[in-house]
Design a binder for this molecule. Sequence first.
Ligand SMILES: NC(=O)c1ccc[n+]([C@@H]2O[C@H](COP(=O)([O-])OP(=O)(O)OC[C@H]3O[C@@H](n4cnc5c(N)ncnc54)[C@H](O)[C@@H]3O)[C@@H](O)[C@H]2O)c1
Length: 280
Amino acid sequence: MNPERGAKIALTGAAGSLAGDIIPRLLDAGYSLVCVDRVAPAESYGQEWVITEVTETETLVDAFAGCAAVVHLAGIPLEADWDRILTANIDGTHSVLDAAHRAGVPRAVLASSIHATGFTAVPRPGELVPDDTAVRPNTLYGVSKAAVEALGSYYSDRYGMDVICLRIASRFDRPRDVRMLSTWLSPDDAARLFRAALTDSGHGFRIVWGVSANTRSYLSPDAGRAIGYVPQDDAESYAKDLIGPAAPSAAAETDWDRQFIGGVFCSPRPPRHTDMHPSK
Ligand SMILES: NC(=O)c1ccc[n+]([C@@H]2O[C@H](COP(=O)([O-])OP(=O)(O)OC[C@H]3O[C@@H](n4cnc5c(N)ncnc54)[C@H](O)[C@@H]3O)[C@@H](O)[C@H]2O)c1
């Protein structure tokens, strides 16, 4: 029997960009969704929506009732001031996991990030960074994702919840610079990754890289394979657009990219959420 057909899952951050990639693919696979976000969606997908802050734990306990899993994407996805990061990403994740535990939800899939360990050195050619390499955050955002992982580990060990943290690398429609020839996660592979995390028959706490099958990837595929994630896209097909005389200057590899897996987010002025979304 197909475990995805008719399974009800909750998805936080459902009005966001990553959710926009994966929701249609989850619906095609047969899931029904309880979509949670602080803002009303542009597209409802014909699913149930709960408009709330993720720190409203009691509301989440009700929203999560009867769900087989919670996929937690809500949060600030780039560098920001500590008070905003603390509330949205750390208090928010605690609230989501607490509500999932109280609602009896057996599994949580958490959006972590490469920036939880962004100051990890780019490995030598032929070597790979393990999925669960130690945290080396490069931003306060990265610190919050390390806390997301720690909270997931705690709820797994303390309460027996299956928790899979996805260390998403660079999720874009297509790779935008030379670094992403190594770190790109395509929209289709993102959906494959979340579906694997939702259907994996294993138990306990896991950390998995969120990356496509890039020829130049330096992120280990091992934990992904172990949950049945089989990426099919390769950033290499875009290499000719990003390398060479015709490539845009913004695509060039920086010293930060050569040194650390978190690239320019390791610089003294990492890109901020407000640079990219001035209204938020
Ligand atoms: N996009 C990437 O390449 C990437 C890489 C690594 C990790 N991630 C993680 O994936 C997740 C989704 O990223 P995205 O690119 O879709 O970001 P996004 O900003 O497009 O979406 C985040 C969503 O969360 C909602 N949200 C924020 N704070 C909330 C709160 N307190 N209560 C309820 N809802 C709240 C927002 O309204 C938004 O709809 C984030 O946790 C991000 O850190 C993304």
